[in-house]
Design a protein around this ligand. Structure first.
Ligand code: ATP
Ligand code: MG
Ligand code: MG
Length: 554
């Protein structure tokens, strides 16, 4: 933290503190609508708000913005809580906008009594037609000057369920000539005969976002309410609504805006992600190809990799696109420290070490992770028949091919130096196995002169009779273009990558047999993988999180 320059949000807070705002009154909130799962864009907002909470030792509420019963569900509430917790953040209070329906209703009645709100009985089309344009004033509703008594009675009837959806709305009486269109008598309530996931059938009128958000911030005494740029124009209305209820002894929340974060080769919008789920393009919200927090977790991302990503890109004042490779970079960087190394072969080629005794086997010692402060080791079985990667062998190759070729030598990682003697082929000319000889004195770590002999290539391998067969799921980008939802009038679903999932078999060393769902590994020379919840006792399933930047340098 030290020496890090402040971002513009921190500047706003520092300024307020300088001008006398008490540090003890700082309070933040993260306000998701429970209409889908959190995505990588939300991670920016979570890291911003909870990061400020940590920095200023201030409470942060988790507030569900649940004012639209048509789209919100308990399963989304549960998923959101799980994801915020998994990222490692703890909220002060768990709140719901629906907790405030009664208070909001009472305040609305106050506004009616003050002549600042009225029931409009026009259709939504009529209301829209009167809005005007940014350069021409709107038209006042014929119901704008209803008496307070009539408004109170109609509003109560709305609440009691006496009307159908769309028959009436409650509007704030502000200014139909305002240059900010949002100030032209915005709607505060609409009738919705839909059960709510928390209030069930208690209400059939629901408050609109603008009427709800600022007042909720006020009730919770949130000092700084950060939202994304599309709400910049709403700030004037946010303040207007607050001013109707504000008492000077209390904190008046301050809305400030920051840029949405977009990620390349995907879509970060719950509405669009919902389409992918509903149309079966992916296998649910936590499909490892999804940019959701739960998808990234299942893919093998760690909380730290996501937080480091969010904190590195920081917050901005203008919308921009972040390349997904930056997210991948942070996965590699964190997993490099944490993921134990193992050997696994994905495209096996059988190799027989002809001078290794048939019934012999032995254990070789392998380092678990060179990044560990205190190195630890495991034992890996070695025997006469092993698998290597198909691409690690060629009959002939030029001098730059540092892997195995006929007549050439390589070291088998943690084991012996071998030499390829013969390639055995099937009737189509495909190589089915390679016969090799080994140098019995060259075992890694044995201290002999031969063990220190330098050969150019080092290959990973598994002993065939000890290997575990596993399912491996390799992922590619879900979309073929960087901005699938910005392709003119084309739908983003037209840009799906048909090869975003490839399922293969792999063979891995037996040390992994006891691993658990979610455990991370580096398959040496191949990438980072983790164990998928689809795994069963009989079959482990691995997700490829991300490839390695480099193979072994040697
Ligand atoms: P979506 O379009 O995906 O539904 P939203 O903004 O409607 O996004 P909310 O659940 O209302 O989703 O978002 C909760 C908080 O997260 C809000 O403060 C919102 O501004 C912020 N947020 C949402 N998406 C992003 C993003 N891509 N980048 C940064 N912050 C975001
Ligand atoms: Mg929202
Ligand atoms: Mg939304």
């Amino acid at each position: 933290e030290e020496g890090k320059s402040l971002n513009f949000i921190e500047h706003i807070i520092e300024n307020d503190l300088k001008e006398g705002f008490s540090k003890d009154e700082l309070r933040f909130r993260f306000p998701p609508e429970p209409n889908g799962y959190l995505h990588i864009g939300h991670a920016s907002s979570i890291c911003l708000n909870f990061g400020l909470g940590e920095k200023y030792n201030a409470p942060v509420n988790l507030r569900f913005d649940d004012t639209n019963p048509a789209k919100e569900e308990q399963q989304f509430v549960d998923a959101i809580k799980r994801d915020v917790e998994w990222l490692g953040y703890q909220w002060d209070q768990e709140r719901y906008a629906s907790d405030y329906f009664e208070q909001l209703y009472k305040w609305a009645i106050e506004l009616i009594k003050l002549g600042k709100a009225y029931v409009d009985s026009q259709s939504s089309e009529e209301i829209a037609a009167q809005k005007g344009t940014p350069t021409s004033p709107g038209q006042e509703s014929p119901y704008r000057n209803r008496s307070v008594e009539e408004n109170l009675e109609l509003f109560e009837q709305m609440k009691n369920g006496d009307f159908k959806e769309g028959e009436h709305v409650l509007r704030a009486k502000i200014d139909m000539k305002a240059s900010n269109m949002l100030m032209r008598d915005p709607i505060m309530y609409r009738i919705l005969h839909k059960p709510h996931h928390r209030t069930n059938n208690d209400w059939c009128i629901y408050p609109m976002y603008d009427w709800t958000h600022g007042e909720s911030d006020y009730i919770e005494q949130v000092s700084h309410s950060f939202c994304t740029l599309e709400f910049a124009m709403h700030r004037e209305l946010y303040d207007w609504f607050l001013n109707q209820v504000y008492t000077p002894s209390k904190v008046k929340p301050k809305q400030r805006e920051f840029a949405r974060r977009n990620l390349s080769h995907t879509v970060v919008s719950k509405r669009k992600l919902l389409r992918l789920v509903e149309q079966g393009v992916v296998n649910g919200w936590d499909d490892p190809r999804m940019p959701t927090i739960s998808g990234l977790r299942r893919r093998g991302y760690t909380p730290e990799s996501i937080k480091n990503f969010a904190n590195t890109i920081g917050i901005a004042k203008r919308d921009n696109l972040i390349d997904v490779s930056l997210l991948e970079f942070h996965a590699r960087e964190d997993l490099n420290k944490k993921a134990p190394r193992i050997m696994g072969v994905l495209n096996p080629l059988k190799l027989i070490i002809t001078n290794y005794p048939e019934n012999q086997e032995e254990l070789v010692e392998a380092e678990n992770n060179p990044e560990e402060e205190v190195l630890t080791y495991r034992e890996v079985p070695f025997s006469r028949e092993i698998y290597i990667e198909q691409e690690d062998f060629r009959e002939e190759a030029n001098r730059k091919f540092f892997r195995l070729k006929l007549g050439g030598e390589v070291r088998l990682k943690n084991a012996y130096i071998i030499k390829a003697e013969k390639a055995v082929k099937d009737e189509h000319g495909n190589i089915v196995e390679v016969h090799c000889s080994y140098d019995p004195l060259s075992k890694s770590g044995s201290g002999t002169l031969e063990s220190q002999r330098k050969v150019k290539g080092t290959l990973h391998w598994v002993s065939i009779k000890h290997a575990i067969e596993v399912e491996v799921r390799e992922y590619d980008r879900l979309f073929t273009v960087a901005e699938p939802d910005r392709q003119g009038d084309k739908d983003f679903l037209e840009f799906l990558n048909p090869e975003s999932l490839k399922i293969t078999k792999g063979y891995i060393e037996p040390s992994v047999a006891t691993a658990k769902v979610g455990d991370h590994f580096q398959f040496q020379r191949l990438g980072y993988f983790n164990i998928d919840p689809d795994s069963t006792k009989d079959k482990l399933v691995f997700n490829k999180t991300v490839g390695l930047r480099d193979t072994w340098a040697k």
